[in-house]
Design a protein around this ligand. Sequence first.
Ligand code: FE2
Ligand code: FE2
Length: 335
Amino acid sequence: MLQQEAFDTETLVPGYREPVLPTGEPDAATVAASETRTRQWSGRARERIKYGSDLHKQMMCEMFAETFNPYRPSVLKWPTLDEAALHRITSLPIWDIAVQTEGKARLRMAAYARTVADPEIRNALAQNAWEENRHKEVLSKMVQHYGIPLVPEPAYEYPKDPEWAYLVTGYSECIDSFFAFGLFKVAHDSGLFPPELIDTFEPVMQEECRHILLFANWVAWHRAQLGLFRRIAFEFKVFRVWCFLGLERMELAKGLDANGNEHAQDNNFTVTGAQSVTEQELSVAALMTCCLRENDRRFSGYDERLLRPTTMPFLVRCALPVLKFFERRKQRRTG
Ligand SMILES: [Fe+2]
Ligand SMILES: [Fe+2]
Protein backbone atom coordinates (compact mmCIF):
# COMPACT_ATOMS: atom_id res chain seq x y z
CA MET A 1 0.00 0.00 0.00
CA LEU A 2 1.19 3.49 -0.76
CA GLN A 3 2.32 5.60 2.16
CA GLN A 4 0.28 8.76 2.49
CA GLU A 5 2.75 10.65 4.63
CA ALA A 6 2.60 14.42 4.67
CA PHE A 7 5.35 16.20 2.79
CA ASP A 8 5.51 19.92 3.36
CA THR A 9 7.92 21.87 1.18
CA GLU A 10 7.02 25.13 2.98
CA THR A 11 8.24 23.76 6.31
CA LEU A 12 11.38 22.28 4.79
CA VAL A 13 12.40 25.38 2.84
CA PRO A 14 12.11 28.67 4.73
CA GLY A 15 10.57 31.47 2.69
CA TYR A 16 8.98 29.20 0.09
CA ARG A 17 5.26 29.59 -0.56
CA GLU A 18 3.56 26.79 -2.41
CA PRO A 19 1.35 27.73 -5.36
CA VAL A 20 -2.38 28.18 -4.88
CA LEU A 21 -4.06 25.91 -7.40
CA PRO A 22 -7.40 26.79 -8.99
CA THR A 23 -10.28 24.89 -7.44
CA GLY A 24 -12.77 22.87 -9.43
CA GLU A 25 -12.38 21.22 -12.77
CA PRO A 26 -10.72 23.35 -15.46
CA ASP A 27 -12.46 23.69 -18.83
CA ALA A 28 -10.81 22.55 -22.07
CA ALA A 29 -9.67 26.08 -23.05
CA THR A 30 -7.95 26.59 -19.67
CA VAL A 31 -6.18 23.23 -19.95
CA ALA A 32 -5.03 24.04 -23.50
CA ALA A 33 -3.72 27.46 -22.40
CA SER A 34 -1.72 25.93 -19.53
CA GLU A 35 -0.36 23.27 -21.87
CA THR A 36 0.95 25.93 -24.26
CA ARG A 37 2.35 28.07 -21.45
CA THR A 38 4.22 25.14 -20.00
CA ARG A 39 5.85 24.16 -23.31
CA GLN A 40 6.82 27.51 -24.76
CA TRP A 41 8.80 30.19 -23.08
CA SER A 42 11.07 33.04 -24.14
CA GLY A 43 12.89 35.49 -21.91
CA ARG A 44 11.98 39.16 -22.18
CA ALA A 45 15.60 40.38 -22.30
CA ARG A 46 16.90 40.30 -25.87
CA GLU A 47 20.63 40.33 -25.28
CA ARG A 48 22.94 37.32 -25.23
CA ILE A 49 23.35 35.89 -21.77
CA LYS A 50 26.54 35.13 -19.94
CA TYR A 51 26.17 31.84 -18.12
CA GLY A 52 26.43 32.36 -14.38
CA SER A 53 25.36 36.01 -14.60
CA ASP A 54 22.40 37.55 -12.76
CA LEU A 55 20.55 37.74 -16.05
CA HIS A 56 21.07 34.00 -16.54
CA LYS A 57 19.78 33.34 -13.03
CA GLN A 58 16.77 35.57 -13.58
CA MET A 59 16.00 33.88 -16.87
CA MET A 60 16.07 30.34 -15.52
CA CYS A 61 13.98 31.26 -12.48
CA GLU A 62 11.44 33.14 -14.61
CA MET A 63 11.25 30.23 -17.03
CA PHE A 64 10.54 27.87 -14.17
CA ALA A 65 7.88 30.09 -12.57
CA GLU A 66 6.13 31.10 -15.79
CA THR A 67 5.94 27.60 -17.29
CA PHE A 68 4.31 26.19 -14.17
CA ASN A 69 1.27 24.06 -14.98
CA PRO A 70 -1.39 24.41 -12.25
CA TYR A 71 -3.04 20.99 -12.58
CA ARG A 72 -4.50 19.34 -9.52
CA PRO A 73 -3.89 15.60 -9.06
CA SER A 74 -7.28 15.14 -7.39
CA VAL A 75 -9.25 16.23 -10.48
CA LEU A 76 -7.32 14.10 -12.99
CA LYS A 77 -9.45 11.66 -14.95
CA TRP A 78 -8.70 7.96 -14.80
CA PRO A 79 -10.38 6.27 -17.77
CA THR A 80 -12.08 2.91 -17.40
CA LEU A 81 -9.81 0.28 -18.89
CA ASP A 82 -10.77 -2.98 -20.56
CA GLU A 83 -9.26 -6.10 -19.08
CA ALA A 84 -6.31 -6.27 -21.47
CA ALA A 85 -5.33 -2.61 -20.94
CA LEU A 86 -5.72 -2.93 -17.17
CA HIS A 87 -3.47 -5.97 -17.16
CA ARG A 88 -0.93 -4.18 -19.34
CA ILE A 89 -0.84 -1.20 -16.98
CA THR A 90 -0.73 -3.11 -13.71
CA SER A 91 2.00 -5.44 -14.94
CA LEU A 92 4.36 -2.68 -16.14
CA PRO A 93 7.42 -3.15 -13.93
CA ILE A 94 7.82 0.55 -13.19
CA TRP A 95 5.35 1.62 -10.51
CA ASP A 96 7.40 0.86 -7.40
CA ILE A 97 10.51 2.53 -8.73
CA ALA A 98 8.49 5.50 -10.03
CA VAL A 99 6.80 6.13 -6.68
CA GLN A 100 10.04 5.75 -4.72
CA THR A 101 12.00 7.91 -7.15
CA GLU A 102 9.55 10.79 -6.70
CA GLY A 103 9.61 10.23 -2.92
CA LYS A 104 13.39 10.52 -2.83
CA ALA A 105 13.57 13.38 -5.34
CA ARG A 106 11.17 15.70 -3.45
CA LEU A 107 13.10 15.33 -0.19
CA ARG A 108 16.55 15.66 -1.75
CA MET A 109 15.57 18.75 -3.71
CA ALA A 110 13.95 20.38 -0.69
CA ALA A 111 16.97 19.50 1.48
CA TYR A 112 19.33 21.16 -0.97
CA ALA A 113 17.02 24.15 -1.59
CA ARG A 114 17.10 24.78 2.16
CA THR A 115 20.88 25.28 2.03
CA VAL A 116 20.83 27.75 -0.89
CA ALA A 117 21.49 31.37 0.12
CA ASP A 118 20.16 32.98 -3.07
CA PRO A 119 16.39 33.48 -2.54
CA GLU A 120 15.41 33.15 -6.21
CA ILE A 121 17.33 29.92 -6.77
CA ARG A 122 16.13 28.59 -3.41
CA ASN A 123 12.56 29.28 -4.41
CA ALA A 124 12.92 27.60 -7.83
CA LEU A 125 14.48 24.47 -6.33
CA ALA A 126 11.81 24.34 -3.62
CA GLN A 127 9.16 24.62 -6.32
CA ASN A 128 10.82 21.70 -8.09
CA ALA A 129 10.61 19.66 -4.85
CA TRP A 130 6.93 20.58 -4.55
CA GLU A 131 6.33 19.40 -8.12
CA GLU A 132 8.05 16.07 -7.39
CA ASN A 133 5.62 15.64 -4.52
CA ARG A 134 2.78 16.37 -6.92
CA HIS A 135 4.10 13.66 -9.27
CA LYS A 136 3.99 11.27 -6.35
CA GLU A 137 0.39 12.29 -5.70
CA VAL A 138 -0.53 11.66 -9.35
CA LEU A 139 1.02 8.20 -9.13
CA SER A 140 -0.69 7.46 -5.84
CA LYS A 141 -4.09 8.39 -7.31
CA MET A 142 -3.46 6.13 -10.26
CA VAL A 143 -2.21 3.21 -8.19
CA GLN A 144 -5.29 3.47 -5.96
CA HIS A 145 -7.67 3.78 -8.87
CA TYR A 146 -6.43 0.72 -10.74
CA GLY A 147 -5.47 -1.34 -7.68
CA ILE A 148 -1.82 -1.69 -8.67
CA PRO A 149 0.04 -3.68 -5.99
CA LEU A 150 3.13 -1.97 -4.60
CA VAL A 151 5.85 -3.10 -2.22
CA PRO A 152 6.00 -1.02 1.00
CA GLU A 153 7.97 2.17 0.49
CA PRO A 154 11.24 2.50 2.37
CA ALA A 155 11.63 5.39 4.83
CA TYR A 156 12.95 8.42 2.97
CA GLU A 157 16.10 9.58 4.71
CA TYR A 158 17.11 13.20 4.97
CA PRO A 159 20.42 13.42 3.06
CA LYS A 160 23.62 13.93 5.02
CA ASP A 161 25.16 15.81 2.10
CA PRO A 162 22.29 17.70 0.43
CA GLU A 163 24.45 18.91 -2.46
CA TRP A 164 25.53 15.37 -3.31
CA ALA A 165 21.91 14.19 -3.05
CA TYR A 166 20.71 17.02 -5.28
CA LEU A 167 23.36 16.29 -7.91
CA VAL A 168 22.49 12.59 -7.88
CA THR A 169 18.80 13.42 -8.28
CA GLY A 170 19.39 16.03 -10.98
CA TYR A 171 21.68 13.89 -13.13
CA SER A 172 19.43 10.83 -12.60
CA GLU A 173 16.53 12.84 -13.92
CA CYS A 174 18.60 13.83 -16.94
CA ILE A 175 19.29 10.16 -17.71
CA ASP A 176 15.86 8.73 -16.89
CA SER A 177 13.83 11.48 -18.54
CA PHE A 178 15.75 11.08 -21.79
CA PHE A 179 14.64 7.44 -22.03
CA ALA A 180 11.20 8.11 -20.55
CA PHE A 181 10.45 10.63 -23.33
CA GLY A 182 11.10 7.96 -25.96
CA LEU A 183 9.20 5.21 -24.16
CA PHE A 184 6.25 7.51 -23.61
CA LYS A 185 6.13 8.23 -27.34
CA VAL A 186 6.34 4.50 -28.15
CA ALA A 187 3.48 3.84 -25.71
CA HIS A 188 1.51 6.73 -27.24
CA ASP A 189 1.93 5.45 -30.80
CA SER A 190 1.30 1.80 -29.93
CA GLY A 191 -2.43 2.34 -29.42
CA LEU A 192 -2.25 -0.13 -26.53
CA PHE A 193 -3.13 2.52 -23.94
CA PRO A 194 -6.23 4.72 -23.89
CA PRO A 195 -5.41 8.24 -25.13
CA GLU A 196 -7.02 9.71 -21.98
CA LEU A 197 -4.47 7.92 -19.85
CA ILE A 198 -1.60 9.15 -22.02
CA ASP A 199 -3.04 12.69 -21.76
CA THR A 200 -3.13 12.46 -17.98
CA PHE A 201 0.58 11.71 -17.83
CA GLU A 202 1.63 14.18 -20.49
CA PRO A 203 1.97 17.14 -18.06
CA VAL A 204 4.17 15.00 -15.79
CA MET A 205 6.49 14.19 -18.73
CA GLN A 206 6.78 17.83 -19.78
CA GLU A 207 7.38 18.80 -16.18
CA GLU A 208 10.40 16.48 -16.07
CA CYS A 209 11.67 18.28 -19.18
CA ARG A 210 11.35 21.63 -17.32
CA HIS A 211 13.10 20.11 -14.32
CA ILE A 212 16.15 19.01 -16.24
CA LEU A 213 16.21 22.31 -18.11
CA LEU A 214 16.36 24.08 -14.75
CA PHE A 215 18.99 21.63 -13.51
CA ALA A 216 21.28 22.08 -16.53
CA ASN A 217 21.15 25.85 -16.05
CA TRP A 218 21.55 25.65 -12.29
CA VAL A 219 24.75 23.56 -12.76
CA ALA A 220 26.19 26.19 -15.10
CA TRP A 221 25.15 29.08 -12.84
CA HIS A 222 26.44 27.35 -9.71
CA ARG A 223 29.80 26.55 -11.33
CA ALA A 224 30.29 30.21 -12.19
CA GLN A 225 29.74 31.24 -8.55
CA LEU A 226 32.62 29.11 -7.25
CA GLY A 227 36.20 30.17 -6.69
CA LEU A 228 39.02 27.99 -8.03
CA PHE A 229 39.32 25.52 -5.14
CA ARG A 230 35.60 25.10 -4.56
CA ARG A 231 35.19 24.72 -8.29
CA ILE A 232 37.73 21.88 -8.40
CA ALA A 233 35.98 20.18 -5.45
CA PHE A 234 32.64 20.58 -7.23
CA GLU A 235 33.90 19.08 -10.49
CA PHE A 236 35.31 16.14 -8.56
CA LYS A 237 31.92 15.67 -6.91
CA VAL A 238 30.16 15.77 -10.28
CA PHE A 239 32.60 13.15 -11.57
CA ARG A 240 31.87 10.92 -8.56
CA VAL A 241 28.13 11.39 -9.10
CA TRP A 242 28.44 10.12 -12.69
CA CYS A 243 30.51 7.11 -11.50
CA PHE A 244 27.91 6.40 -8.83
CA LEU A 245 25.04 6.63 -11.32
CA GLY A 246 26.87 4.44 -13.82
CA LEU A 247 27.49 1.76 -11.20
CA GLU A 248 23.95 2.04 -9.89
CA ARG A 249 22.55 1.51 -13.36
CA MET A 250 24.83 -1.45 -14.02
CA GLU A 251 23.67 -2.99 -10.74
CA LEU A 252 20.08 -2.39 -11.76
CA ALA A 253 20.76 -3.83 -15.16
CA LYS A 254 21.92 -6.99 -13.47
CA GLY A 255 18.65 -6.99 -11.52
CA LEU A 256 20.36 -6.79 -8.15
CA ASP A 257 20.17 -4.09 -5.55
CA ALA A 258 22.99 -2.87 -3.31
CA ASN A 259 22.16 -5.61 -0.78
CA GLY A 260 22.33 -8.32 -3.41
CA ASN A 261 18.58 -8.90 -3.45
CA GLU A 262 17.02 -9.69 -6.75
CA HIS A 263 14.54 -7.16 -8.07
CA ALA A 264 11.86 -7.91 -10.56
CA GLN A 265 11.39 -4.18 -11.13
CA ASP A 266 14.20 -1.89 -12.07
CA ASN A 267 15.45 1.04 -14.09
CA ASN A 268 16.70 -1.27 -16.78
CA PHE A 269 13.13 -1.19 -18.03
CA THR A 270 14.12 1.26 -20.77
CA VAL A 271 15.78 -1.18 -23.09
CA THR A 272 14.44 -4.55 -22.02
CA GLY A 273 10.95 -3.33 -21.21
CA ALA A 274 10.17 -1.25 -24.29
CA GLN A 275 8.37 -4.29 -25.65
CA SER A 276 5.86 -4.01 -22.76
CA VAL A 277 4.48 -0.78 -24.20
CA THR A 278 4.17 -1.76 -27.84
CA GLU A 279 3.32 -4.75 -30.01
CA GLN A 280 5.63 -3.57 -32.80
CA GLU A 281 9.09 -5.12 -33.11
CA LEU A 282 11.35 -2.35 -31.89
CA SER A 283 15.13 -2.38 -32.32
CA VAL A 284 17.35 -0.65 -29.78
CA ALA A 285 18.53 1.76 -32.48
CA ALA A 286 14.93 2.67 -33.37
CA LEU A 287 14.12 3.23 -29.70
CA MET A 288 17.21 5.43 -29.22
CA THR A 289 16.35 7.44 -32.35
CA CYS A 290 12.90 7.98 -30.92
CA CYS A 291 14.38 9.12 -27.57
CA LEU A 292 16.59 11.67 -29.37
CA ARG A 293 13.73 13.00 -31.45
CA GLU A 294 11.41 13.34 -28.47
CA ASN A 295 14.13 14.96 -26.39
CA ASP A 296 14.63 17.61 -29.07
CA ARG A 297 10.90 18.12 -29.49
CA ARG A 298 10.20 18.59 -25.79
CA PHE A 299 12.95 21.21 -25.41
CA SER A 300 12.20 22.98 -28.66
CA GLY A 301 9.72 25.51 -27.19
CA TYR A 302 12.09 26.97 -24.61
CA ASP A 303 14.33 29.99 -25.11
CA GLU A 304 17.37 28.79 -27.03
CA ARG A 305 19.71 30.76 -24.81
CA LEU A 306 18.95 28.43 -21.89
CA LEU A 307 21.25 25.42 -21.69
CA ARG A 308 19.92 21.91 -22.28
CA PRO A 309 21.18 18.70 -20.71
CA THR A 310 23.68 17.36 -23.23
CA THR A 311 25.31 14.20 -21.88
CA MET A 312 22.65 11.60 -22.70
CA PRO A 313 21.86 12.95 -26.19
CA PHE A 314 25.60 13.09 -26.89
CA LEU A 315 26.29 9.53 -25.70
CA VAL A 316 23.34 8.14 -27.60
CA ARG A 317 24.29 10.03 -30.78
CA CYS A 318 27.77 8.47 -30.51
CA ALA A 319 26.37 4.99 -29.87
CA LEU A 320 23.77 5.05 -32.68
CA PRO A 321 26.07 4.27 -35.64
CA VAL A 322 27.54 1.34 -33.67
CA LEU A 323 24.09 0.02 -32.76
CA LYS A 324 22.94 0.36 -36.36
CA PHE A 325 26.05 -1.44 -37.62
CA PHE A 326 25.44 -4.43 -35.34
CA GLU A 327 21.76 -4.50 -36.16
CA ARG A 328 22.48 -4.55 -39.91
CA ARG A 329 25.02 -7.33 -39.37
CA LYS A 330 22.50 -9.34 -37.34
CA GLN A 331 19.86 -8.82 -40.01
CA ARG A 332 22.23 -10.05 -42.74
CA ARG A 333 23.07 -13.15 -40.70
CA THR A 334 19.48 -14.01 -39.84
CA GLY A 335 17.98 -12.81 -43.12
FE1 FE2 B 1 9.15 13.70 -10.89
FE1 FE2 C 1 11.59 15.98 -11.78
